[in-house]
Design a protein around this ligand. Structure first.
Ligand SMILES: [Fe+2]
Length: 136
């Protein structure tokens, strides 16, 4: 399978559950990239995108539940980023299923860049707060 990127320890947010989620997000991105390179059927690509959307929704909800629990001060900005990303996938998904768009490298790159940037920047900001709360 062709790989776009892989989770590595530099991505760690020092919470096993959330690191595992991030690993799975990279797995799903790699699956999407591989499907693109293999010129896979629309149904296959569509189902990977659905899984990416569902998994991201679950993952964001987990992070956000810790924001509430540990009274994280950057909650609203962080949640806004999550929502914008989900909206973006939703729009792409709707266009894709209506046949008005194709899966392109540009879209894959957008998803990859967003996830990379979010984990390396926005997510880093909650590390100290979560550690103070005793989360591992
Ligand atoms: Fe996040």
């Amino acid at each position: 399978m062709h790989q776009l990127n892989q989770w590595h320890p530099g991505y760690s947010v020092f919470v096993k559950e959330l690191d595992d989620h991030h690993k799975e997000l990279f797995n799903l991105l790699n699956e999407l990239y591989d499907a693109y390179l293999q010129n896979s059927h629309k149904e296959k690509v569509g189902s990977i995108i659905s899984r990416l959307f569902d998994y991201t929704t679950i993952h964001f909800a987990a992070e956000e539940s810790y924001f509430v629990k540990f009274e994280y001060e950057q909650t609203s900005q962080h949640k806004k980023e999550h929502q914008q990303f989900l909206d973006k996938i939703k729009t792409f998904q709707a266009d894709y299923s209506k046949n008005s768009t194709v899966l392109t490298l540009q879209i894959i790159n957008f998803l990859h860049e967003w996830i990379h940037h979010h984990i390396m920047n926005t997510d880093r900001n909650y590390i100290i707060c979560f550690q103070k709360g005793g989360l591992k």
